[in-house]
Design a protein around this ligand. Structure first.
Ligand code: DOR
Ligand code: ZN
Length: 412
């Protein structure tokens, strides 16, 4: 049994909290730590198989725990892409092996990538996957669905299988046209011009139409513009089963950040304007945004320094997700209850997950700078490095095991 004594609850009370476990642990935190449900990060790229030099499940699992995350949903854009029974089984085997090596029983679910030539796999694999991921525009990896008939069929088959369709909503045709238009420009900020908001808006519109057509459940990943939010808000009002995710990078960074970070903050969809950022926060407050997922997309610093065109898109984020949100809480941008809803309870209900008793104990008053050297992710850098954040996870409890997060050790 794990007995956490004198821990603060969300309501501000100080009490003891018991978790069933084979281990006998007593942790008296003397009213200094706050108990939150551990996070579900419904959007990570842990790079297994095929790009383990960027991340694997050994480093990824440690990064997850350091961020207070005990459940992840991993994306299918691997090498090879996870699009069939065999690639899924093989991927799962490798993950289990890597997790066993670090003795972290991280909870995980896998997305199946929608691929035109493997659509029949959707129904067959329904009990083994968390949902179907559709790349409406190409990003890292070769997955992309440009044929409207295949896209239509994907929604139909997912609806029949009672599976959520998670979309990377950027219109491939617009992306390609604009890449031609701006060919030769190497300033990384051109990324936001090429992957123009019109591409995202068009794709979200199309996905909502298909969700309506088949009464499918739609999960719009990394919403980045005010117009997408308006479309989703209206669709929800019309009873369409659409859910929306925001990422920390779209919430805490904007186009101005290219000046300082250059290609390091190149990601898909790209950074948008300050007004879009504000619209995202408003959508969090009014319930249009259902979840915050890190879209943890590690690439090595060496790769991120390649010139525009060769530089891969994506930023890591699983370790900084919770500290950024706790810091935002101190700035009165979000409540603790809302953080719990967006990073845990909403995701549990959207994906109908069984509840578990994993928790994270946070020190709401701890002020600490994000430092690359302190990160557990294999890529070893963060676009939030140098930010002093107030509020950090200290202990994460996963399946009745206590993991201590801080690098320097923590004394109550
Ligand atoms: O920026 C991104 N990086 N967006 C994606 O859609 C994929 C991700 C990656 O896997 O690197
Ligand atoms: Zn992603």
């Amino acid at each position: 049994m794990i007995k956490i004594k004198n821990v603060k609850t969300l309501s501000g009370k100080v009490e003891d909290h018991i978790i069933q476990s084979d281990h006998d642990v007593v942790l008296d935190v003397q009213g200094k730590l706050t108990l939150l449900p551990a996070l579900i990060d419904a959007h990570v790229h842990f790079r297994t198989p095929g790009a383990e030099h960027k991340e694997d499940w050994q480093s990824g699992a440690q990064a997850a725990l350091a961020g207070g995350v005990t459940t992840v949903f991993d994306m299918p854009n691997n090498i090879p892409a996870c699009i069939s029974q065999s690639t899924l089984d093989e991927k799962k085997k490798t993950i289990d092996h890597q997790l066993a090596q670090v003795k972290i029983p991280l909870r995980y679910y896998l997305y199946l990538g929608a691929d035109q030539s493997h659509l029949e796999e959707i129904g067959k694999l329904r009990s083994k996957i968390i949902g179907v991921k559709v790349y409406m525009g190409a990003s890292t990896g070769g997955l992309v669905m440009t044929d409207p008939a295949a896209l239509d069929r994907t929604f139909q088959m997912a609806a029949q299988a009672d599976l959520i369709v998670a979309v990377h909503a950027e219109d491939e045709k617009i992306l390609q046209e604009r890449a031609q238009l701006f060919k030769g420009i190497t300033d990384p900020s051109i990324h936001s011009q090429i992957r123009d908001r019109a591409a995202a808006i068009k794709a979200v519109n199309q996905a909502i139409d298909l969700a309506e057509k088949y009464s499918a459940q739609l999960f719009v990943l990394h919403v980045s513009t005010a117009e997408e939010i308006d479309l989703i808000r209206k669709a929800k009002q019309n009873g369409i089963l659409v859910y929306a995710e925001a990422t920390p990078h779209h919430l805490f960074l904007n186009e101005n950040d290219y000046r300082k970070w250059g290609s390091l903050v190149q990601m898909n969809p790209p950074l948008r304007t300050r007004e879009d950022q504000e619209a995202l926060w408003e959508a969090i407050r009014d319930g249009t945004i259902d979840s915050i997922g890190s879209d943890h997309a590690p690439h090595t610093l060496e790769e991120k320094k390649f010139p525009y065109g060769s530089c891969p898109a994506g930023v890591p984020g699983i370790e900084t997700l919770l500290p950024l949100l706790l810091d935002a809480y101190h700035q009165k941008m979000i409540t603790l209850e809302k953080i719990v809803a967006l990073t845990r309870t909403n995701i549990e209900s959207i994906f109908r997950l069984e509840h578990n008793d994993d928790v994270v104990l946070v020190d709401l008053e701890k002020i600490q700078e994000v430092r690359n050297e302190a990160l557990k992710t294999k890529c070893g850098w963060s676009p939030f490095a140098g930010r002093k954040l107030r509020g950090w996870p200290v202990y994460t409890v996963l399946k009745g095991q206590v993991f201590h997060n801080t690098e320097e050790g923590y004394t109550i």
